[in-house]
Write a protein of this length. Structure first.
Length: 103
């Protein structure tokens, strides 16, 4: 996926990035001068079924499970699926992911 994330006009014109383990904090982060939130924690749902979706997500990763989200006009969130597991030691229809983000 090649997507360009453009900075928003903040009070100082700098691009602000925050690393937050739990992606669902994006709803709170959206009220601050942040352009990009990078998160993980969800393991992409770990076990996914067609038309049902993610079956296992930890607390703090129920809403933004995997991928790129536009939270509001200024905040973009990227939630990485990672390579590990939680609760159950396997994945189903949820490939592990390592992401390279070039700034």
């Amino acid at each position: 996926m090649n997507q360009v994330i453009q900075p928003t006009q903040n009070h100082d014109d700098r691009f602000h990035i925050i690393l937050v383990h739990e992606p669902d904090y994006a709803d709170a982060v959206a009220y601050h001068h942040v352009d990009l939130q990078l998160s993980g924690h969800s393991h992409g749902g770990q076990i996914n079924f067609p038309m049902i979706g993610a079956m296992v997500t930890p607390v703090g990763s129920k809403k933004y499970i995997s991928g790129l989200y536009k939270i509001n006009e200024k905040l973009t969130l990227y939630t990485n699926r990672g390579i590990g597991t939680t609760i159950l030691p396997f994945r189903f229809l949820c490939r592990p992911e390592l992401t390279i983000i070039e700034l």
